[in-house]
Ligand binder design. Structure first.
Ligand SMILES: Nc1ncnc2c1ncn2[C@@H]1O[C@H](COP(=O)(O)OP(=O)(O)O)[C@@H](O)[C@H]1O
Ligand SMILES: [Mg+2]
Length: 263
């Protein structure tokens, strides 16, 4: 966990151009944060909200692939103009670099990139910006909580013990930073086979139990479904490409819940 310095008084610069900024986080990689963040953004849009999507994963940006964006953003009056895809305002470090270029940056450069994306992007008239966080409890999470301000964070996990350990670390960090945890989501909670049977591939119930243990809201389960990965790989996430799919309905209901908490 990056060091938290409680004595230093930070001046917060919330993102302008949006009513609320909500982060999707998990201390672990590969649990489905980016997939969740993009589908949640699209699901909020389907609930009538104006939405932006900020890819804060500087080392491993996912937005260009997940939304099939190959353009470079233009700048105007010293600010980057978000790229619009599926009616969502999007920004990612991946729009500014070549796909195959590895990002070898030091901590302070990451912090400075995050500040650029939150202060030097002309986000416009949004209800929500959804921030897709990198894995871990590091500089990006700290910068957002201490120097930018988040209205809430959703924590994603799979029900596997090893992922839950990291989730607990994430919960403690956000609690310590005073960032509101909206709730926990159990992603890839189970798999329904062609035989109609339910398979608990990563175990079951652990995320809900962790939510209870830390007195956080449990926001629900999203099963493993190969269509989720396939649609993401095709650059049109499932909520956009198959809005009537059972999984899309879960995202859309969850987005309605989030919307009702804020708007
Ligand atoms: N509910 C799901 N069902 C099936 N595959 C999923 C689901 N959620 C995520 N995935 C897949 O898991 C992998 C990791 O997801 P990703 O969103 O990139 O995770 P993270 O951002 O946490 O590293 C991707 O291949 C994605 O398609
Ligand atoms: Mg990711």
């Amino acid at each position: 966990m990056a060091q938290i310095k409680p004595r230093k008084k930070f001046v917060k610069n919330p993102i302008t151009g949006t009513k609320f900024t909500i982060a999707v986080s998990s201390a672990k990689g590969g649990v489905g944060k980016s997939t969740f963040a993009t589908n949640l953004a699209l699901a909020l849009k389907k609930n009538g909200c104006k939405v932006g999507l900020l890819d804060a994963d500087i080392y491993g940006p996912s937005l260009p692939k997940l939304l099939s964006i190959n353009e470079k953003p233009k700048s105007e009056e010293g600010k980057l103009i978000p790229l619009i895809k599926y009616n969502i305002q999007c920004m990612s470090i991946g729009f500014l670099t070549e796909e195959q270029t590895p990002m070898i940056w030091r901590g302070p450069m990451v912090t400075s990139a995050i500040k650029t994306f939150t202060q030097k992007v002309s986000w416009k008239d949004l209800d929500f910006i959804i921030v897709d966080m990198p894995p871990g409890t590091g500089d990006t999470q700290l910068t957002f909580s201490q120097e930018i301000s988040l209205d809430g964070v959703i924590i994603i996990s799979t029900p596997q013990e090893i992922a839950l350990q990291d989730v607990k670390r994430g919960i403690r960090m956000f609690d310590k930073l005073g960032t509101k945890i909206i709730g926990l989501v159990d992603n890839m909670s189970h798999f329904i086979g062609d035989d109609g049977k339910k398979y608990n591939i990563f175990g079951s119930g652990g995320v809900e139990k962790t939510a209870k243990e830390f007195e956080k809201e449990f926001l629900g389960n999203i099963p493993i479904n190969p269509e989720v990965g396939r649609q993401g790989d095709n650059g049109m996430p499932i909520v956009e490409s198959m809005p009537d799919h059972d999984i899309s309905k879960i995202y859309i209901n969850l987005a309605e819940k989030i919307k009702n908490k804020y708007l």
